[in-house]
Design a protein around this ligand. Structure first.
Ligand code: CP
Length: 308
């Protein structure tokens, strides 16, 4: 087995074998999660710190739950109440956390490349929990885990990613991961929200959601990332919902046993109708559960490396 690098910064850097190893480890972690007593000794004596410069519900809580289930010491830096608010810069903040004997720093930041910058300056392993528009590797791993659990394989599946591709780190990480595992990926959305060179990543691009999801095995809706858009890239939210939102009628264009994914948080009635969010094709809540299993696997595999 190829050893993981010190840090998990993106799926672009991982081999198919490394991705598969994380997915296989997560199966064991999901079994542990299903037990009445979820406590294991995998991370006894390890110190894990979450450092989030952007808001989060799922990623932060699931990393913290994962670390606690495996008996790690956990700390959470709230940027608003830390010395960041006194002007301390990113590298000094990370070095300060590192100097406390931290084994893993989990970082989310609005700047693409922030985790890479930290990784080059600390001994701790750095795990990217979302950097700007670049990557969100553990989100894609949990998405791929969910698809594989339901479909048995990734190879040969048609996966359509629909919405704000341009600003989506989730889309980028999924494209890297899914194509490495042999899926056929298409993206769909308004031309202003699809990067012109996206086909270089090995995907087909459509400006029609109907074309993108035709015969798909998996449809992944994405949130409109208004916080990252510099100017209006579509006329109005209601027009976006009308032309690019996924509802029950549009979902019938995909295969009858299609899976509907969304990384959350969902803006109901915009990218997905409420009926599909809560419908029988939706695996959105299972994605959240699998997020804990994947983060348990990642924390175990990456902090274990530093022991070797
Ligand atoms: N999917 C995701 O990253 O959700 P949060 O922003 O709630 O962590």
């Amino acid at each position: 087995m190829q050893k993981p690098k010190k840090d998990l910064l993106g799926l672009k850097d991982l081999s198919e074998e490394q991705i598969t190893n994380i997915l296989e480890t997560a199966k064991t972690m999901k079994y542990i999660m299903s037990q009445k007593n979820k406590k294991t000794g995998h991370l006894v004596g390890k110190s894990i710190v979450t450092l989030f410069y952007e808001n989060s519900t799922r990623t932060r809580i699931s990393f913290e739950a994962a670390a606690k289930y495996m008996s790690a010491f956990t700390s959470s830096v709230s940027v608003g109440t830390s010395s960041v608010s006194k002007g301390e810069n990113l590298i000094d903040t990370a070095k300060t956390i590192d100097a406390m004997g931290t084994d893993a720093i989990i970082i989310r930041h609005s700047m693409s490349g922030a985790p890479h910058l930290i990784a080059a300056n600390v001994k701790a392993c750095v795990i990217n929990a979302g950097d700007g528009m670049n990557e969100h590797p553990t989100q894609a791993l949990l998405d791929i885990f969910t698809i594989k659990e339901k479909k048995g394989t990734i190879k040969g599946l048609k996966v359509a990613i629909v919405g704000d591709i341009a600003h989506s780190r989730v889309a980028r990480s999924n494209i890297w991961g899914l194509t490495k595992l042999g899926a056929e990926v298409s993206v769909g959305g308004p031309a202003t929200l699809i990067p012109p060179d996206i086909s270089k990543m090995g995907v087909k691009a459509y400006n029609s959601v109907q074309e993108a999801i035709l015969d798909a095995d998996v449809v992944m809706g994405l949130r409109i990332q208004t916080e990252r858009q510099k100017s209006g890239l579509f006329p109005s939210v209601s027009e976006y919902a009308r032309f690019f939102g996924i509802d029950e009628k549009r979902l019938t264009l995909a295969k009858p046993d299609v899976l509907l994914l969304h990384p959350g948080p969902v803006n109901r009635g915009i990218e997905l109708s409420t009926s599909v969010v809560d419908g029988e094709k939706s695996v959105i809540n299972e994605q959240v559960t699998n997020g804990v299993a994947i983060r348990m696997a990642v924390l175990y595999l990456y902090t274990r490396e530093s022991d070797d």
